[in-house]
Design a protein around this ligand. Sequence first.
Ligand SMILES: [Zn+2]
Length: 359
Amino acid sequence: MSAAGSAGSPGEGVEPAQFAELIPLVRRVVAARVPDRATVDDLVQETLTRVLAAVGRIGPGMLEPYAIVTARNVVASLWRDQDRDRRNQHRVVDLRPSEALDEELLADEDRTAVGEALARLTDQERATLLAHEVSGQDTRSLAAELGSTAGAVAAQLNRSRARLRVEYLLAAEHAEPPTDRCRPVLLALSGGDRRRQAEVDAARHLLECDFCAQISGPLIDRGRWRTDVVRVPVQADADVVAARQAVREVAARIGFAATDQTAIATAVSEVTRNVVKFADTGEVEIGTLEEPRRGVRVVVRDAGPGIPDVEQAMRDGYSTYEGLGLGLPGARRLMDEFAIESDVGRGTTVTMTKWVGVR
Ligand SMILES: [Zn+2]
């Protein structure tokens, strides 16, 4: 049996079975374009990883079209890489200087694209976004200035960010969408707004419009793990301390205030202590996120007996062992997002996220 915790878990709205059904579909799309079996396997994996990373940002009805579009894009980028390798093989000069030049050129183009994208926002959108992102003005004081509420300002900021991402991509590609329907679809995808995605029928549009199929990848495929994931194996009480210290270090590095560092470290040690107590062995994985804002994500897994009744375990007052600590409900309160999945006889996975600056 399996159960999910509070809202905002990564796989929210999508059943594992639904996801499994995508595998033959993705395989068909890839195998139709790539002859070599091992490469097909790799690309299917790559596609599924990307779709899984995007699951929280797209409605359940979007899953199939997004998987198809992603599979096509993954194949296309393989061709591009191979083509570049082939071209580079013929070069006789050292490649490094020219790569450095490319990077400089890219950084330059990047700045230009950001400038163009900002120019496409309205004056008020731009002023508010810059005051918040660059000058660090908080939503409450912005709301006071604008005669609005903090919640409304936060929602407006999200919409502005979504627009900025779309306009940035279009500017970077030097492209204008071919139809009037494209921008609304791209905006709904960029904002992760499922209701709007359904209203503009983003699923169908992605399948029909090559332009949007190609450009939408980076809009949906965000919040991915960075590569500097820290892993702490867990077997004994000393490992609980190690996990606690590791997560505190990561939290400090990415800019969490001291009180938040303590909250995160406490949540992690609460959950990790359960692993030592009940499961003997497990692992804590600590990663950072860049989108939609900076944050830390911690996954604690074990191969223990599992929790028969997750709902009950998440209730206050319920303690998995003799009255010690805050338990799972306490850990959940300390984090912004908290999801728990448990299979009896197979183990438990807790995924927790906290965002920098979210109150
Ligand atoms: Zn389009």
